[in-house]
Design a protein around this ligand. Structure first.
Ligand code: DX5
Ligand code: ZN
Length: 233
C-alpha cells in the first residue's frame, strides 16, 4: 500500500539553529526536507541560497526537496545540485524555457519537478510528463509560510492525479504529487483523498516548538494522510 511522505518546510524553522532543526525533524520522522528558496523577484520575500543548503546538508540523510521561487531559474540550478539538492522544483512562469530547465536538473543528476500556483493552468503538463519526476501544487500563493489552504486546489489535485494515473498506466512510470501550503492535520486527509502523496508542512510542524512536538505533529499528519490514502487505493 502506498504511504504518504511528510516534508517539513524549513521556512518556519528557527534559522539561528537551522542545522539542529533539520536534524530534529529528521529524527522526528520527516521523509523529505522542503527547502524554500525565495528571491524578492519572483515572490516578495527573500530566504536562503546554495550556501545555506550546503551548510545543512550534513544534518540529514533525508532527501532535500529544493523549491525554487526564483526567476530566472537556470543559472542557479547547478549551484543547488552541487550543494546537495536531491529534488529541484521551479515555477512554470519563472522559466523562459521549461523543457530546458527540467532537462538541466536531470542532466546534473537531481530529480526534477514543476510547480503550479493555484491559478497556473495545468496545460504545462501536456507535453512535459516524460521530463518530470514530481508535480508540486501550491495550495497557497507562494511567498510566505503560515497562510490558509486554498480549498479549490483540491479539484486541481484530483485533476493532476487523473493525469498521473493515466500516464502510469501507459508507461509504468510513477510521478510524485506534492502539495504545499497551509497543510494541517485538519485538512491533510482531503488533500490525500484528492490524490496527493507528498505533503509539505511548515508551520504545522515547526510551530510545535520542540523536538517532541515535531514528532507528534509529523505523526498526526501522517496518520490522517495514510488513512485517506488507504481508502483511495
Ligand atoms: C510558501 C512555501 C511553503 C510554505 C509552507 O511559499 O513554498 O513551503 O512555507 O508553510 P506552511 O505549511 O506554514 O503553509
Ligand atoms: Zn515550498
Amino acid at each position: 500500500m502506498k504511504k504518504s511522505l511528510i516534508a517539513p518546510s524549513i521556512l518556519s524553522a528557527d534559522f539561528a539553529r537551522l542545522g539542529e532543526e533539520v536534524r530534529s525533524v529528521t529524527e522526528a520522522g520527516a521523509d523529505w526536507i522542503h527547502f524554500d528558496v525565495m528571491d524578492n523577484h519572483y515572490v516578495p520575500n527573500l530566504t536562503v541560497g546554495p550556501l545555506v543548503l550546503e551548510a545543512i546538508r550534513p544534518y540529514t540523510k533525508a532527501p532535500i526537496d529544493v523549491h525554487l521561487m526564483i526567476e530566472p531559474v537556470d543559472a542557479l540550478i547547478p549551484a543547488f545540485v552541487k550543494a546537495g539538492a536531491d529534488l529541484i522544483t521551479f515555477h512554470c512562469e519563472a522559466s523562459r524555457h521549461v523543457d530546458r530547465s527540467l532537462a538541466l536538473i536531470r542532466q546534473l543528476g537531481a530529480k526534477a519537478g514543476l510547480v503550479f500556483n493555484p491559478a497556473t493552468p495545468l496545460s504545462y503538463l501536456d507535453y512535459e510528463l516524460d521530463k518530470i519526476d514530481l508535480v508540486l501544487l501550491m495550495s497557497v500563493n507562494p511567498g510566505f509560510g503560515g497562510q490558509s489552504f486554498i480549498e479549490p486546489v483540491l479539484e486541481k489535485i484530483a485533476d493532476v492525479r487523473r493525469r498521473l494515473d493515466a500516464y502510469k498506466a501507459e508507461t509504468g512510470r510513477e510521478i510524485a504529487l506534492e502539495v504545499d501550503g497551509g497543510v494541517k492535520p485538519s485538512n491533510i486527509a482531503k488533500a490525500a483523498a484528492a490524490g496527493a502523496d507528498v505533503f509539505v508542512a511548515g508551520s504545522a510542524v515547526f510551530g510545535a516548538g520542540t523536538p517532541e512536538g515535531y514528532r507528534e505533529a509529523i505523526a498526526a499528519l501522517r496518520c490522517a494522510a495514510d488513512a485517506a490514502l488507504a481508502e483511495r487505493n
